[in-house]
Structures are given as C-alpha cells and as structure tokens.
Design a protein around this ligand. Sequence first.
Ligand code: FAD
Length: 508
Amino acid sequence: MGDPVTSITIVGGGTAGWLAACFLRTKCAPKIKITLIESPNVPTVGVGEATVPHMPVTLREMGIDDQEFMRRCNASFKMGVMFNDWNVDRKGRFIRYMNPFASPPRIEGVEAGHYFQAYGAGNRDYIRSFSPLMDLFESWKCPFSLNKQGEDPMPRAGYAYHLDAVKFAGLLAERGRDHGIEHILDDVDDVELDERGFVAALILRETGRHPVQLVLDCTGFRGLVIQKALGEPFDSYADYLGNDRAMALQVPHPDPEKIRAATQSTALGAGWSWAVPLFNRIGTGYVFSSAHRTDDEAAEEFLAHLGDMAPPGAEPRVIPMRVGRSRRAWVKNCIALGLSGGFIEPLESTAIHMIDMGLRWLLQYFPSQDYEDATRDAYNRVSDGMFNEVRDFICLHYRLNNRTDDPYWMDSRTQLKISDRLEHLLDLWRHQLPTPLDVPSAHLFTYNVFTAVLLGKQVYDNGYGEGQLNRSFALPEKPWKAFLRQSAARNRAVLDHKADHRRVLLAL
Ligand code: FAD
C-alpha cells in the first residue's frame, strides 16, 4: 500500500473547481488538505444553468440549505426539458414534447408506453397520458404547493434547478473558503513533471512553485494539465455531433409574473436554442454548427427567434465549443473534471451532473500516492461509460429528426455517425419500445427516457416502425381506458393543488 493522499490541488475556479472543492471538503475533512488555484485573468465559461434531479441531493450532502441556495442563485424549479420543433407530425406541423423528470407507471405489469402506442390517448400526448407535468408547465405552475391541505395527488416525480452559474460558483467559493479550502488567486504558467511523468508541482506566476500530490484539472476547455502538460489526446466528437459553437444572452422575462418550470430547447435552422428561466431573468442561447451558419448568420437567426424578448442592440456572446473528451479522464496523478475532461452539447443539461459523478467515483476509487493502475483504470472505465451514454442519447435526437427545411437537419440525420450500440438499439426499437434489458447500465438515460423521446417525436406515426409494435399488439384495451380516466382526473387534481411557480419562489 502506498502512502495515503493527504493533499488535493484543484486548478480552476469555475463550477467544476468549486463544486469539487466543496464536495471533497465535505467528504474528506479534515484529513485531506484541499487547495484551489484560480486564475484572476482567465474568465469562467459563465454558462451552465440547467441541472438534473440529482442536484438537490448534492446540495444537501454539501450542507447547503436549498432555500438559501435558491435565493442566492436566483434559482427556479425544473420539471424536465420541453423540446420544440425538433420534428414534424404527419401533417408537417411542428411537434412539442417533454422529456419529464417522471417515470410512466405500469398497468397490469406493462409500461404505459406500450398501451399508448397501441391505442393512443385521445387528444392527450404520451406524457399527458400519465403525468401532470405538461399541464403544470403550460399553467406556469411548479411541482410544489403553498399551504395546500389534504393528500398531495402528485405522482412521484423528481425536480432539478435552474440557477445563475456565476452566482452558484460564488456561493460555492464562499462556502469553500469558510470551510478551510486554501484559495490561491494566481495563474498556473507551467507544470513540472517528475521522472515518471507525474505532476510534481505547478509553477504559479506570482507565488512560484506549488508542489502537488493529486491534481484535479478544472481549467475548462483549455485542459491545461491533462492535455497540455500530460499530453493526453482529446478525442473529438465532431463526427457524431455537428454543433461546435454557441452564443449566449441573458434576457428579461417577457412577463415577470410567469416563470416556466422547465428548460426549453427549440430547434432553429442550424441547431437549437435553449431557454433557462431563472427567478429574475431567462438565460438563453443558440447552439449551432459553424459548417452551416457563420456567427453573423446565427446571431441574426437567434435574435429573430427571440423577437421582442431581446433587448435593443443585444449582442450575444459567442462561445466556441470543444465537443469531445479527454481520451482518459484520469492520467497519472491528474483527474480532469468539467470542460477539461470533456463536453457534450448541453441538450440534456448533463455537464454539471458529470462533474458531480466524477467526484463520487473518485471517492469510490480513491488512490494512494502509488496511483495504482487498477484504481485508475476502474475510474476511467466508469467515466467512459458515462460519456458514451450521454453522447448516444444526444445523438438520438439528431438521428431521429425528420425536418427537411434546412440542409443542417438532413445532414444531422444522414451524415453524422452514431455508435454501434445506438445503431443496434435503433434497429431493435423499430419493432418494439425500449425495455430495461436494452440499456442495463443506464445511469441517466433509462429505457423510459428513450421511450419518451421516441413517442414524443412521434416516430412510429412517421414510418419508423414496421406496422404495429410487437408488444403493443398483444395488449387488451380495457385496463388502459380505465387508467386514462383515472390519470385525467388525477392530472386535474394536481393542477388544482400545485401553486404558481413565481409565487412559490417568492415565498422561499
Ligand atoms: P470554466 O468555467 O471555464 O472554468 C475554468 C477555470 O479554470 C476558471 O476559473 C479559470 O480562471 C481557470 N483557469 C484556466 N486557466 C488557468 C490557469 N492557467 N491557471 C489557473 N486557473 C486557470 N452544463 C450544465 O450542467 N447545464 C447546462 O445547461 C449547461 N449549458 C451549457 C451551455 C454552453 C453553451 C456551454 C459551453 C456549456 C454548458 N454547460 C452546461 C457546461 C457547464 O457550463 C460547465 O460544465 C461548467 O460551467 C463547468 O465549467 P468548468 O468549471 O469546467 O470551466
């Protein structure tokens, strides 16, 4: 057994760096000294404002009170992601569907999706057939109540947050400093390697040589330690995902009384626009392909999409995106977290969650100062699995689009690569809906989530399958009809029980 690691040095003070500092401080204090070095000159990326339902757990574990967090970060609640205009229906009209933080129930042991596929749900879409989340979204409500008496009719559902990225990093930094993180404001100008090629020290512009044991590279897209110093290759995902640029803008709420409790992703001509509604503003942007639009063309299209929502003279900030990943996340005594480890476009708001998971895996596979190969390899295998899972799920959205109005959408469908795994799954799902056996190691994107996308995009109505799906064919209609009656009544009760999103935020 090697000597225990007694010091961790984090390079970078964005969301990745400060989340790492606070999380590890909570889990490893007081035995491990944590130092965070942050450049006073290199800004953080400053976006990344939508999260997934694990976030409330992580905040609690770090001892951060959720009400204080919400007030300080102008946070709001998120019930899922609304996808607008990614596909058209049989009549050529744009479709809106939700990827909700809720799982469908089983009816007599069979998932609702199979019945929906066999019999439909009248004028309700798939999500509305079992969940009130679409109705809450459309009524500007959230999954919480204000002083409602009586039993809560809401079926089990998760929630996440929308948050101000800069304020969130600030809150974490304050918390970290208060709890004993050593914080050095300085630039890392060079990285000193020892004879084995391990990082021995960081050379800081003002403070000089800083010896290290375990280093977390949280330096954003530049990957200062993992790529530049240790030379780990960056594997681009350009063959899989065509979007390589984004532009971001903050806009006021058109009506401050009305705040959506979901992220929105609206397909535009050469990519998609996000809208993340915070308490005090909306964070929005356009993720697009530079092969299909120049920055000027994209800005024009994006501002036209925003219409009156954009302040006069608004100039979106352009962010080049390095899409792909460090071939290995952990190399020698360095682990890359956040954008330095890799980035997949933010369609499902997974990046902060991947940082969170990277930290949890580090605790599972905590090294000694011998940095055993087996420990490192185990970590890298789990990290591979997560990147592949997220990449495949995002690829699915492009491969199954059926828009024909811009070469971008046709290229996304026909020119972009998908993994063998996804190819195989898509072949299978021509005949049946996804099952748990298809994605046994799913971490975020379970078979239910795949079903929500397939049915949301109405792919089976548009010739994707070959007639009736195998399982749906054998189902009786009676239990489904009874279920639909009950769920319609329950959706109405939930809508009545839950409160206006803004009022809930004001009451925090
Ligand atoms: P950064 O924020 O870039 O921080 C890098 C840090 O490294 C900075 O503090 C900088 O000063 C420091 N640094 C750099 N060089 C040096 C040096 N030489 N010496 C010392 N310090 C140095 N994620 C989500 O979860 N949800 C979303 O909705 C979402 N949307 C996104 C939208 C876009 C367009 C993009 C590009 C990303 C989005 N992300 C999203 C990802 C999210 O923004 C990042 O994962 C998150 O902000 C973490 O960034 P980071 O800390 O790795 O890097």
